[in-house]
Design a protein around this ligand. Structure first.
Ligand code: 0WD
Ligand code: CA
Length: 370
């Protein structure tokens, strides 16, 4: 195993790392982040089965401004929770790619083998959100496994030991609060464009609708997928991803300190998560300590960046963290670069061959080579 520093910020060596290095970043040329385009979507049903369509897409129904929605309702008797111990890695995205190869393959004009995708990086949106907000993160580290297959880098998160421990030692209160976000979705989403939400039903967190987005960051072509909560029910709304809406819940804000922390930590993450796939609207339900939503607020993604004075220069991060020219691994791609980061530290990486970190499944490699 080789250990190396990946250089969190490619600033001059004398520049302190982390937040204080941001001043140097502001001097750079702004990397182009091309308008994200939806190239497809997929759905996961109540049993986590993949469908190459939008059957799980839901439609937003605006709640009253002071709605008094009870988020605790149904926690005991109408809640089916996804098993978080099951690690799916990139599998659903890979299934989507195999079913939609012509959409992402290099054209015959490029003269390349069928193995080649016209994409430099494939990952989940959530992983990119973590990279993007790294300079502002003070609590949780991350580990990202990276494999090169053909000319494409695949990036898949590895649960850190600290994350596993906190997942396995959640308090009963914490477990219930994790349900509240999903319950808010149920109060504000309908299954069809014309219908009303049904809050008497079961909340099943296996169900998901995911958009597949193509875009470009600087010179890197990205393909990533992210879960989308719902869309504008108006059929004349702009096409995806512009009609999509992200739903959130948060504790109501009473003091100026709470307000500052909300902007500094939470709204920043909300912005990064929705900015990446080009989701323009975030609807937040603010709840009290008893899980009652007392107010609802809409945020416009493109306005948030002014609100919290965050500069998109930090999108440099993924490009700095991934080594530009890793040595070519022998196929099948079982070589993994494991990148690790902890708050106040540099990013480091280790190289692993045929280890528990190998995540590209044989069924994917086989079908891509055929
Ligand atoms: O197995 C894994 N290690 C992961 C699987 C890690 C991250 C994601 N996933 C998969 C799941 O299949 C999920 O359906 O990705 C999908 C969501 O991906 P994403 O959009 O890239 O993730 P993110 O932006 O972090 O989260 C979006 C939503 C969350 O909503 P809020 O409003 O809380 O941000 O996806 C849900 C959650 O509702 N979500 C997950 N659902 C299932 N498994 C997971 C997860 N691990 N993480 C977030
Ligand atoms: Ca959400």
């Amino acid at each position: 195993e080789r250990h190396k520093r990946a250089g969190l910020v490619s600033a001059p060596p004398s520049t302190p790392r982390g937040l204080s290095a941001l001043a140097a970043l502001y001097e750079r040329d702004f990397p182009v982040y091309r308008q994200p385009v939806e190239v497809g979507c997929f759905s996961l049903d109540a049993r986590r089965t993949f469908f190459n369509d939008a059957r799980q897409l839901r439609y937003y129904v605006e709640p009253r401004r002071r709605p008094e929605l009870n988020l605790r309702d149904g926690y005991r008797d109408r809640y089916l929770r996804r098993d978080e111990a099951v690690k799916e890695n990139l599998d659903h995205m890979l299934t989507w790619i195999l079913a939609n190869r012509t959409k992402v393959q290099k054209g015959p004009a490029a003269g390349s083998s069928s193995l080649e995708l016209d994409v430099d990086i494939i990952t989940w949106r959530g992983h990119l959100t973590k990279l993007l907000t790294t300079p502002y993160e003070t609590q949780e580290g991350w580990q990202l496994a990276v494999t090169k297959f053909g000319s494409t880098l695949y990036i898949s998160e590895v649960e850190t030991e600290a994350a596993r421990q906190s997942r396995e030692s959640r308090t009963e209160r914490h477990k219930e609060m994790m349900y509240w976000g999903y319950k808010f979705e149920q109060y504000t989403c309908a299954d069809d464009a014309g219908s009303r939400p049904d809050a008497s039903g079961v909340v099943n967190t296996n169900e998901a609708f995911c958009t597949v987005i193509q875009t470009r960051l600087g010179t890197h072509k990205l393909l990533f997928s992210g879960e989308v909560d719902c869309r504008d029910p108006d059929p004349s709304a702009p096409p995806p991803p512009s009609c999509y809406i992200e739903l959130k819940t948060s504790a109501e804000i009473c003091t100026s300190k709470q307000h500052r922390n909300f902007l500094r930590y939470k709204l920043l993450k909300w912005w990064a998560q929705s900015f990446l796939p080009g989701v323009p609207r975030i609807v937040a339900g603010f709840r009290d300590n008893d899980g009652i939503v007392v107010s609802v607020e809409t945020y416009y993604t493109l306005k948030i960046s002014q609100l919290i004075k965050v500069c998109a220069q930090n999108l440099h991060f993924p490009t700095n963290v991934i080594p530009p020219h890793p040595p070519p691994p022998p196929p099948p791609p079982r070589v993994v670069y494991l990148f690790s980061w902890e708050p106040n530290m540099d990013v480091t990486y280790t190289v692993h061959r045929n280890s528990r970190y190998t995540f590209l499944p044989d069924w994917y490699v086989r079908q891509m080579m055929s």
